[in-house]
Design a protein around this ligand. Structure first.
Ligand code: SF4
Ligand code: SF4
Length: 425
């Protein structure tokens, strides 16, 4: 970080000592995991910069936006439509945490056997180490897995929290519920921001979000080529930064990388040789700085070619139509897209099973690594059905259940190494 941001962090009420600890972990991980890679696309320099300023310049931008009267909306789930925030000229940021710093504070409120994602956001908030929490005007939770649901009941007394109800089944009543919840949410955002959402402003929000999805999809789609033009770690990083960065600037930067990757594909210029085993990672979301499993995979002789995850394909596939003459019609269009998200909290969830097999086929993956966080019941349970589906399709699978600690690194390395050996062509 170029500038001294300490006065800003102090003003925000961060615990500077604990925050320094988080930053030193972040910087070390980033250098070891990302900067050690060879032959990255030039455009990744932008992402190195964004990550170096993730608690600096980006926070300053949020505070500047607030000084201009704009609101900052913090979210945890890809079911919360950014289009609505953008339509009210608000800024939306993702809050999920990917580090275990703050777990000791989180465990004062939550059982130890809670998934790392939940403990991390709770810890980041209550240990005062996340400037995004402190810069936000409202935190938006959602009724998804049991862990999150019950954590929000505690969290509501600690932060300004709004919780959206979500259906668990994909039938007409579920769709109706989602639409009502989006309309209610839209009204809440109008009240919070003091801005009326119009057909024009919602169309603009839809277009900005669609452009962002299209740009990321361009890069992700190019990973189907062999050799693949970009590493899995850099692919994941693009998907992670999508939750923090200014959407218009981010889209322009990702399109530049897509141009570069297209050129690489034409020149058969890849980050790994054609013989390198190709892996699709599927499962729980990986929030910054949770890069553990991708790093293990890519340092054991394989290359990741896709992420079937909310920090990945689930966040970018399917666009929202901007056709419609009323806000209500546009909200219907939002529901059309978001209701297709195949999170494991849905039952039954056959779409996800089919989608994993399809992605593996499209990306020419030699195997799938199914990643779940310990104590995540939805994804852990669903991994059995994923295994059945992939076995019928003849696609090898490795199931990994882990957390944010480094204690199982030895075991992970051994298991991944054996899997990579097995799928070698
Ligand atoms: S995994 Fe489910 S609960 Fe988590 S962000 Fe994705 S859609 Fe939301
Ligand atoms: S990883 Fe699983 S348990 Fe954790 S928040 Fe997501 S769905 Fe819930």
């Amino acid at each position: 970080m170029g500038e001294d941001w300490k006065p800003m962090w102090k003003e925000l009420g961060l615990d500077l000592k604990a925050h320094d600890e988080l930053l030193s972990v972040l910087v070390k991980f980033y250098n070891d995991i990302f900067m050690s890679q060879k032959d990255r696309p030039q455009g990744m320099v932008y992402f190195d910069f964004v990550m170096s300023e993730v608690h600096g310049l980006r926070i300053k931008e949020l505070l500047d936006a607030k000084a201009q009267g704009r609101k900052v909306i913090a979210t945890f789930c890809v079911y919360i439509p950014e289009e609505i925030a953008l339509a009210a000229d608000a800024v939306q940021v993702g809050l999920c945490g990917g580090a275990e710093i703050g777990f000791n504070v989180a465990e004062k409120y939550l059982p130890r056997n809670t998934c790392s994602l939940i403990k991390s956001f709770f810890g980041f908030s209550q240990a005062k180490i996340c400037p995004y929490f402190e810069a936000s005007d409202i935190v938006v939770g959602e009724n998804t897995c049991d862990g999150k649901k019950k954590a929000y009941e505690i969290f509501k007394d600690l932060r300004n929290l709004y919780v959206m109800d979500l259906p668990n089944m994909k039938h007409d009543l579920g769709r109706e519920l989602l639409k009502n919840e989006y309309l209610k949410y839209l009204q809440m955002i109008e009240k919070l921001t003091g801005k009326k959402i119009t057909v024009e402003s919602l169309k603009k929000g839809i277009q900005i979000s669609n452009e962002k999805r299209k740009a990321i999809s361009r890069v992700m789609d190019l990973r189907k080529y062999n050799p693949t033009p970009i590493s899995g770690k850099d692919g994941l990083l693009i998907n992670q930064v999508a939750f923090y960065d200014d959407p218009i600037r981010f889209t322009a930067s990702v399109n530049k990388i897509a141009d570069e990757c297209e050129k690489r594909v034409k020149e058969h210029h890849g980050v790994a040789s054609k013989e390198t085993p190709r892996i699709l990672v599927s499962g729980c979301p990986m929030a910054v700085p949770n890069w553990k499993v991708p790093h293990v995979i890519e340092t054991n002789g394989a290359v990741i070619v896709g992420e079937e995850s909310c920090v990945g394909m689930r966040n970018i596939r399917n666009l929202v139509s901007d056709k419609g003459n009323t806000v209500d019609q546009l909200v219907d269009n939002l529901v059309d897209r978001y209701f297709k998200i195949d999170c494991a909290v849905f039952t039954p969830n056959k779409d996800r099973l089919d989608h994993i097999a399809q992605m593996a086929k499209d990306l020419k993956a030699d195997g799938v690594v199914h990643y779940t966080l310990q104590f995540c019941t939805p994804y852990n349970m669903e991994s059995h059905l994923v295994e059945n589906t992939l076995s019928k399709a003849g696609i090898p699978l490795l199931k990994i259940e882990t957390d944010y600690s480094m204690e199982d690194m030895g075991q992970l390395n051994t298991r991944v190494q054996a899997f990579v050996e097995m799928i070698k062509k």
